[in-house]
Write a protein that binds this ligand. Structure first.
Ligand code: TH1
Length: 842
């Protein structure tokens, strides 16, 4: 019979020895090819959505080429890789980002026009993958873009939730959550890896066995499921390097439970299998709070176990197996404590499966892991009850106790019989029901620990991790956050990008933001200022259209576009903003015709989701909408004031909102916002900040200069005193007249007779004004007056906006990632050869 010839790889290379073309006809052929063969539709009749699908498959082919080249090259180079572990990746839409990074946007635009489609319209056909809550997940996505662009060998590991963050609808002014089943139209940007699956165990028991005089632990029984890999290629800008975002989905274990089948309980057996899928079904919608649910712990362990198995498998593919080389080939970054069990899981793999001794395993682990903290808020610090861990992960609990024992021995050596130190540093909290403190576990298991802005890192060292800092001062570093200029300038603001290209003579700045320094003289060049103002106007127009469509509100294009868009949280003080809007409304109502002429028209726009269980946050949304109802329909007010709540704030509408903003508010109580990252996106798009000296605002203030930012409010070192003062002062003395007046109007039912509105203000008025709204209100009014004053001088406003944009280079995530690579990961870039050079290598 026929015999297959021995595999002839040169034959395969010969067949594949060319990359997909990028001339117009090649692009058109590839689109039409996908219409027919991938979508199985007739070539002569395809809708906008089908064009989007065919287009994205065509782009995907080109991504896959670069992706395969990258994986092969890193393997051949035996590269050290950095693994970014995160429960959230808020990547946003992929199509435009891929086209921009591959430098194919213009070519595809032209190719599509001849087929009767506008590229920009097809962008809107894509669903927005929303596998994250807010800043933490979006940061992870910006980091992947920078890792790829800077040619760092790296992987993102996360969870492929079937449901992303809920969609926010507004009904009668209230937030209503609707499920985000984002995969119902398929997802061309992912590659399902049927051959990359790992077994994950839950529950069961630990058996001790003797093996050549050594006691070994075997974790058995319980339930097992499988985690399957789905890769999303992440292309770098102007480089062949394309890295993987590898997301895990839970599946039933492959063995069918024949015992229940034989007892006739066929449906019971299937039901068990269905339960496995449930684990990765939904993202927990809490931002900066700990959910504390068993299912959440299962998600965390699934991510951690599958990723560590994958990392160990890749390491073991090296020519010789040398475990001591592990830290020179692997660096793991923990995005907050959510994946902290990875430390324990690697120990389990090394000790129980690879049979290393405890101390060697511990050495390897503590040289490989690093931990980023993102918050000092106590409600966000994860603690898992010992009984839950014991039930779900019995072997891990033993290992945690082992780690704690070894660590507390060190503490005892350094601080003999110091019970205060021991109880602060212990991984296990002993008061009440015992709990495992995931931040303590992360610090003990890591080589480096970092905060996400200067002020935040200082707070870590002096407050929540004080004892750790005193013991290991060199463990602590700062890595101020950043955002990618590809998505947040080049994609979101193409007109500004084109201006930079033209004036700087190339698009180099997209990879090297420091080039913007060269534009310093342009800030006072009248032509440049006019161009800049024109671009802001165009972006405002686009925004006005979008607001009309989504909110049925007509904004005055000449009004000041004032935006606060972020998760709704008491510490972020959206309440202070809307209370000020009421104050402003009352002032307008009381002003004389002469005074009215001087009033600067404002459009105050809010956006952001409230966690479904966060009652006070939801009430703030209701208050904003109630105020909007009254203000927007008051004929005495007209265009002088508009209030909008933009529903369902997400990455894709942020790309419309941010470039249109003229003022953005970042007004958290000092010491509460670890960094903030949208503040960086806003300044990059030439927007002024009204903010407190909190998080990254502190460094933005330094970068742009105090004359180019509106700073107000209590500073971090005074916060405790002010809270003390607040608690000891009669509310009628503590709250300024302006605010008492606003409270009164709400009480009187001016914004509806709704007791919930009163509850919100009662929460600060009669209980505790924990976030110092009352304390900061007067200074906030003063800062708002300075805003108005400047807006009356359009050229001055434009000049300061330009300084914000061109002095924002420090806040590129490229700078952040380079610091991580050099100071934490000891990682060198490896550039994948360009296709021309590669043809022969392949
Ligand atoms: C955010 C911080 O609140 C924000 O200030 C920071 O810029 C951002 O992380 C990126 O560093 C956080 N998000 C979460 C989400 C969860 C738990 C803690 C934090 S802190 C679920």
């Amino acid at each position: 019979g026929l015999q297959a010839s021995p595999r002839d790889t040169s034959k395969i290379w010969e067949l594949m020895d060319s990359y997909q073309g990028s001339d117009k006809v090649a692009l058109q052929q590839s689109i039409v090819h996908h219409v027919e063969y991938t979508l199985a539709r007739t070539r002569f009749d395809f809708s906008k959505f089908h064009s989007y699908q065919a287009l994205s498959h065509s782009v995907r082919d080109r991504l896959i080429e670069a992706f395969n080249d990258t994986n092969l090259h890193f393997h051949q180079m035996d590269a050290k890789r950095i693994y970014y572990l995160s429960l959230e990746f808020l990547i946003g839409r992929c199509l435009q980002n891929a086209l921009v990074n591959l430098d194919l946007e213009d070519d595809y635009r032209e190719a599509l026009l001849e087929l009767g489609y506008k590229l920009e319209e097809l962008y809107d056909e894509e669903v927005d993958p929303a596998l994250g809550n807010g800043g933490l997940g979006r940061l992870a996505a910006c980091f992947l873009d920078s890792l790829a662009t800077l040619n760092y060998p790296s992987f993102g590991y996360g969870i492929r939730y079937t449901y992303g963050i809920f969609k926010q609808l507004i009904k009668d002014g209230y937030q209503v959550e609707s499920p985000d089943f984002w995969l119902n139209q398929g997802n061309p940007w992912e590659i399902e890896r049927l051959d990359v699956q790992y077994q994950i165990r839950f529950y069961g028991f630990v058996k001790k066995v003797w093996d050549h005089g050594v006691e070994r632990s075997v974790w058995e029984g319980g339930e097992t499921i499988m985690a399957r890999a789905y890769d999303t290629p992440i292309p770098g800008y102007n480089t062949q390097n394309t890295i993987a975002l590898r997301l895990w989905k839970s599946h039933p274990a492959s063995e069918f439970d024949f015992s229940s089948f034989n007892t006739g309980d066929y449906f019971k057996a299937l039901e068990q299998r269905q339960k496995a899928e449930y684990i990765t079904s939904v993202l927990y919608p809490n931002d900066s709070t700990d959910a504390g649910k068993e299912l959440r712990l299962k998600q965390q362990y699934l991510l951690v176990s599958a990723s560590m198995q994958d990392i160990v498998r890749r390491f073991k593919r090296r020519k010789v197996l040398d475990w001591n080389a592990f830290p020179s080939k692997v660096a793991v970054q923990l995005n907050d404590t959510h994946p902290a069990l990875a430390i324990v899981e690697l120990l389990r793999i090394l000790i129980d499966i690879e049979q290393l001794d405890n101390m060697s395993a511990w050495q390897i682990v503590t040289k490989s892991f690093n931990y980023t903290n993102h918050t000092v808020l106590p409600e966000a610090l994860e603690k898992w009850g010992v009984p839950l861990i014991e039930k779900l992960l019995p072997r891990h609990l033993e290992i945690i106790y082992l780690i704690n024992f070894l660590f507390l021995e060190k503490v005892q050596q350094k601080y003999p019989n110091n019970w205060g130190k021991l109880s602060a540093l212990s991984i296990v909290e002993e008061e009440g029901t015992k709990k495992v403190r995931m931040s303590n576990l992360s610090i003990v298991g890591s080589k480096f620990v970092n905060g996400v802005a200067k002020i935040h890192t200082e707070l870590l060292k002096t407050t929540i991790f004080k004892e750790f800092f005193e013991m290991h001062p060199n463990k602590f570093q700062n890595k101020t956050n950043g955002v990618t200029p590809r998505r947040w300038v080049r994609c979101a603001n193409p007109a500004l990008a084109a201006l930079y290209d033209r004036v700087l003579g190339s698009d180099k700045w997209v990879q090297d933001m420091e080039q913007l320094k060269q534009l310093e003289p342009n800030a006072t060049d009248p032509q440049f200022v006019r161009d800049f103002q024109m671009i802001k106007m165009e972006n405002k127009e686009r925004f006005v259209h979008w607001i009309r469509k989504t909110c049925q509100v007509d904004l005055n294009i000449d009004s000041l576009f004032d935006i606060q868009a972020k998760r709704i949280h008491e510490y972020k003080r959206q309440l202070m903003n809307i209370l000020y809007v009421i104050y402003r409304y009352l002032v307008i109502k009381e002003s004389s015709p002469e005074e009215r002429k001087r009033i600067v028209p404002r459009s105050v726009c809010f956006g952001g989701k409230a966690a479904p269980g966060y009652a006070n946050a939801k009430r703030v949304i209701k208050l904003i909408n109630s105020v909007a109802d009254v203000v927007n329909n008051d004929h005495q007010i007209g265009d002088l004031l508009k209030v909008v709540f933009m529903p369902n704030y997400n990455v894709s509408n942020a790309q419309i909102i941010i470039p249109a903003a003229e003022l953005s508010q970042h007004i958290s109580t000092a010491g509460t916002e670890a960094s903030g990252t949208s503040n960086m996106k806003f300044i990059m798009n030439g927007c002024l900040i009204l903010g407190t000296l909190d998080g990254a605002n502190v460094e933005i203030d330094e970068a742009v200069g105090r004359e180019n930012i509106f700073i107000f409010g209590t500073q971090v070192e005074d916060v405790d005193n002010m809270k003390e003062k607040m608690r000891n002062t009669d509310p009628h003395e503590y709250f300024p007249q302006e605010l008492l007046k606003v409270f009164q109007e709400i009480d009187n039912g001016r914004f509806g007779h709704n007791e919930e509105l009163r509850w919100i203000i009662d929460s600060i008025r009669h209980k505790n004004d924990n976030y110092l709204v009352g304390q900061d209100f007067k200074d906030y009014i003063k800062a708002q007056q300075q805003v108005d004053e400047l807006y009356r001088q359009p050229n001055e406003w434009a000049k300061k906006s330009i300084y914000n944009a061109i002095r924002s280079f420090k806040f590129s995530s490229d700078r952040t990632i380079q610091e991580y690579a050099e100071e934490i990961w000891q990682l060198k870039p490896i550039k994948v050869p360009e296709p021309a050079a590669q043809k022969h290598e392949r």
